[in-house]
Design a protein around this ligand. Structure first.
Ligand SMILES: [Zn+2]
Ligand SMILES: [Zn+2]
Length: 224
């Protein structure tokens, strides 16, 4: 009896499950490795792909390959939902781990830091950014505080056009300073209400006269 149990145990321990350094998904001809970010097919095909970070790739020895993943949540999947300052390509690194068939991977993607995302010249379909970790049971974010800008005191949404005040260097949404985005783009210089003292108006006029430089108007991508 004792011998039998030992044999069973050893047989299990010898099961040919092994960790793979990389795995090529034939349907998309892409090789994935631990640490890669991937898009995974949702069960509901009307939903956007899931975004995940591959932690480990494992073969069960019977031809099936599983990936251990850590999910990124989209804002609408979080308890608090999507907020105005969330970017369209924003995802939260969650504490939710899972094991999925490698076949559900439909592409690779890049999850940038917030800083590097704001420096991208062009945002591709496969570019995302993450500035928060997310606790999927409590809905809490880490960090729980972020810098806010503008009169509306909102965290920065990298999708939004903002203009920078040359006085206080704060950034403003055109709508919050009664401007259209087109007007904001045409601005050569901008001082917010608080900074519009006589001194700055003089500076503004002299700058205008010399047609020195373009006002800092962009999506803040060059800011950091
Ligand atoms: Zn604003
Ligand atoms: Zn100002």
């Amino acid at each position: 009896m004792c011998v039998c149990i030992v044999q069973q145990f050893m047989a299990k321990a010898r099961a040919p499950r092994r960790t793979l350094d990389s795995y090529t998904i034939k349907s998309i001809n892409k090789t994935i490795r631990a640490g890669d970010c991937v898009l995974m097919r949702p069960s509901d095909s009307s939903k956007p792909s899931y975004v995940a970070k591959v932690e480990k790739i494992e073969s069960d020895g019977r031809g099936s390959v599983k990936v251990h993943v850590r999910w990124y949540y989209r804002p609408e999947e979080s308890i608090g939902g999507r907020r105005q300052f969330h970017g369209s390509k924003e995802v939260f690194l969650s504490d939710h781990y899972d094991v999925q068939s490698a076949d559900t991977i439909e592409g690779k993607c890049t999850v940038h830091t917030f800083k590097s995302y704001t420096k991208l010249d062009a945002v591709g379909n496969d570019d995302f950014f993450c500035r928060f970790e997310y606790n999927s049971s409590t809905g809490a974010f880490n960090p729980d505080r972020v810098a806010v800008y503008c009169k509306c005191e909102m965290p920065y949404n990298p999708d939004d056009l903002m203009v920078q005040c040359e006085g206080c260097t704060d950034w403003f949404h055109p709508a919050c300073i009664d401007m259209t985005p087109e007007e904001a783009k045409r601005l050569e210089h901008f001082f917010c209400q608080n900074c519009s003292s006589e001194d700055q108006k003089k500076l503004l006029n002299s700058h205008n006269a010399s047609r020195h430089s373009d006002a800092k108007v962009d999506t803040k991508r060059r800011r950091r």
